[in-house]
Ligand binder design. Sequence first.
Ligand code: UDP
Length: 371
Amino acid sequence: MEAKYDYLIVGTGLFAAVFAYHAKRQGKKCLMIDKRSHTGGNIYCENVDSINVHKYGAHIFHTSNKEVWQFVNSFVEFNRFTNSPLANYKNVLYNLPFNMNTFCKLWGVNTPQQAKEKLDEQRMRYAHIEEPQNLEEQALKLCGEDIYYAFIKEYTEKQWGRSAVDLPAFIIKRIPFRFTFDNNYFNDDYQGIPKGGYNKLIDALLQGIEIKFNTNYFENRSGFDKLAEKVLFTGRIDELFDYEYGELEYRGLFFEHERLDIEDFQGNAVVNYNERKVPYTRIIEHKHFEFGKQPFTIITREYPSEFANDNEPYYPVNDEKNNQIYLKYKEKAKSDSNLLLGGRLAQYAYFDMDDTVEASLNLVKKELSNI
Ligand code: UDP
């Protein structure tokens, strides 16, 4: 019997949506299923009285990949939002990423020259570390003691639920370091939030595609597989293979949303709380992503949490042990030529949104001709 669809796509997040868009354009018939009641995966926003609430954590699109930027801009216009988070440490606010504003407040220095001298003095004790073996070594080598102990150690250990010496160094490499008064958190060429929110982007990508909601692939896997020639799976790779090589670890998150009858709570979209004794890692004030002028506001406290199978897997824990397990699953997946994998969960990778779009476009180029 011939399958009814060319592709069954499990999940409707960004990776899945980009692939589905191109597949449809090439005349392929796709069926998408999602266990949630909405599309978009974790970039989904809930519109609450005209404020787009980032329900699964703040998402800020940034990229230096022109192809990716042009691709997403062909569906929705992006606003001029620039992420410039603050760090609250012992009730004092400092600018992030670490830049001249931070150094001025922390050390009372006024020029790049003075800041560099101070930083060199701080880093000197760690100059012998050639290849940092963990996040602590990486951070001390990069920033020295003052910055590490005020802004990094406690925040990181709270966020990841483990000691900084047990975390991979690459996590901290995400944070830029500069000697100008530039509070832009990202170094990328392009940045912004879709005007009208992320749902607009996803809706545009998925226009005309058949989607079944509240549908769990694992409840009728063989039935779903029969429907299509190929399966693109964007869920957890370890679950796909019945945890044969063990469970992959994730970091969970817990969000506490609150509506306040004041116009402005913190004057900024993101404020980090860097002390361990504050239980949340950051407070997001959603209206600032889109320059909202509403007379009220909605904030979200983001708490790190242990991941258990009944909550959402947010961050892959890409340490040596987990990466080894992932590679076994990846190898196993190769034996099924009708199975395609993609996205943060199936590739077990700390993807930003632009990485996700890029990875999906790469799959499109491999799998579908003529784009
Ligand atoms: N980080 C930190 N202090 C901060 C912000 C970030 O130590 O104030 C570290 C922390 O280890 C975190 C990593 O940098 O996991 C990456 O942070 P980012 O905010 O880029 O990650 P996100 O959670 O937004 O993906």
